[in-house]
Structure formats: structure tokens, C-alpha cells
Design a protein around this ligand. Structure first.
Ligand SMILES: [Mn+2]
Length: 235
């Protein structure tokens, strides 16, 4: 079976709750479509769990894109004058990241011994830009946010990471007639005209699975592509 989750945002309890429901077997695969970090308290426990499980496939989100260069800077012990040692560009990236939820990630990261911090950085560096699966003859493209600079003739391999992690999909318009695009990034609470906000959205050859786990009022979702079954964790 192939399962997909997205936008866990440091919510380790919801993650464990959902894993318990999925009861993953060694031959199953779980794709996580990015934004494991930021805005929630325990991203490191989630990443360390993912690292230990070969059948969990990590796809990059915009929050990993923002976090990675900053986490690299934070691997050594941080002194009081850390910020003064940054170049203007590094400083700007750092400030931007802390404004979009990075502070939770920093606090969690700093609790780790240096060797474990290195492992986390290496693991995030290995995140893939996208996934692709064909199940029962149906092709699925798995991306964090969508397909920016879309063209029907453009192969998935041709998209840059930035094109895959930042865009906001218009879910009323299908990308393809024959390929279903699975994405996170935009909570289904924010999809215009969605009759079931906060749950998995499926229409127009889109499956949107970010159900707003970063917020107390939201939930973490998973879908099984083989059966179509949906799973939710609210606590
Ligand atoms: Mn995102």
C-alpha cells in the first residue's frame, strides 16, 4: 500500500497517532510531502523517526527549503554574538525564517547533541523534490505545493524545487486529464468553494491533503492511494 501525509509541522503526537492508524508494514510506502518542520514543537522527533524507516519517503517543502541553510549555521554551539557573525544575506534568511515558524524548530534543534544535529542536516539535504507512482493504472505526481510555471508538456523532472514548493494551486482547474496531482502546502480550510474544509479535498484531478495540522483546530491527514481510505489525527 502507498500512503501519503503532508505538513506535519512539528506535531509529533498527531504523527504518531496517524502512524498507529496506518499500521505500516515493511512492504508499504509512506510519502511525506514536506513541511515536517516549523510552527510546532517537536520536528526533530519526527525527522529522527523518519530517518530510521526506509519505507518513509521524504519530499521537500518550502519550510525545509527555508530551514536548511539556517540549521547548517546552527550545528555548532551558538554564542551570544551569533547574529553579528552572519552576512547580510544570512541574517535576512534567518530573520525571515524565524518570522514564518522557524523559532520552534531552532529551540528543538538546539536540544540535540552536535552529532545528531549533523545527521538532521544531512537528512534534510537528502529530501527529494517530488514523487511519482502508478497505482491500478492511474499515474500520481506527488509534490509539496504544486506545479508553478506549469506546461502540459513539461516533465515532472524538469520542475525546479522552487517551482514545486511555493505555488498556490487553483484547485478548480485540473493540471492534466489523466494524471492526479497530490499536494500539501495549502490547508484545505483555505480552498475556495471547498464543501468539506479541514478534510482531504479531491476534485479536478487534485488531491489536497494538508488539513491544517499546524493549528490546534486542524488535523493531520493521510490517504491510501490504493484504497482511497482517509485517516485523520486531531490529537
Ligand atoms: Mn508549505
Amino acid at each position: 500500500m502507498i500512503y501519503i501525509m503532508s505538513d506535519i509541522h512539528g506535531q509529533y503526537n498527531r504523527f504518531k497517532n496517524l502512524l498507529h492508524q496506518l499500521n505500516l508494514q515493511n512492504e508499504d510506502k509512506l510519502y511525506i510531502l514536506g513541511d515536517v518542520v516549523d510552527r510546532g514543537p517537536h520536528p526533530m522527533k519526527i525527522l529522527q523517526y523518519m530517518m530510521k524507516h526506509q519505507n518513509i519517503i521524504h519530499i521537500i517543502g518550502n519550510h525545509e527549503v527555508m530551514a536548511l541553510p539556517n540549521l547548517k549555521l546552527l550545528v555548532p554551539e551558538i554564542s551570544k554574538d551569533f547574529l553579528q557573525g552572519l552576512s547580510p544575506e544570512e541574517y535576512q534568511n534567518f530573520a525571515q525564517w524565524t518570522l514564518t515558524g522557524g523559532t520552534d524548530t531552532i529551540q528543538d534543534f538546539r536540544k540535540l547533541p552536535i552529532e545528531e544535529r549533523r545527521q538532521i542536516v544531512e537528512y534534510i539535504e537528502s529530501f527529494r523534490p517530488y514523487g511519482k507512482e502508478t497505482i491500478n493504472g492511474q499515474e500520481y505526481w506527488l509534490v509539496h505545493a504544486g506545479l508553478d510555471e506549469f506546461s502540459e508538456t513539461k516533465a515532472l523532472e524538469e520542475y525546479t524545487v522552487d517551482e514545486l514548493v511555493w505555488t498556490r494551486i487553483d484547485y478548480e482547474i485540473p493540471y492534466f486529464e489523466d494524471i492526479i496531482v497530490v499536494s500539501g502546502h495549502t490547508p484545505t480550510q483555505k480552498i475556495l468553494g471547498n464543501s468539506n474544509p479541514g478534510f482531504i479535498f479531491r476534485a479536478n484531478n487534485h488531491i489536497a491533503i494538508d488539513c491544517g495540522a499546524a493549528k490546534q483546530s486542524g488535523r493531520l491527514a493521510a490517504i491510501c492511494l490504493d484504497t482511497g481510505a482517509e485517516y485523520y489525527a486531531e490529537v
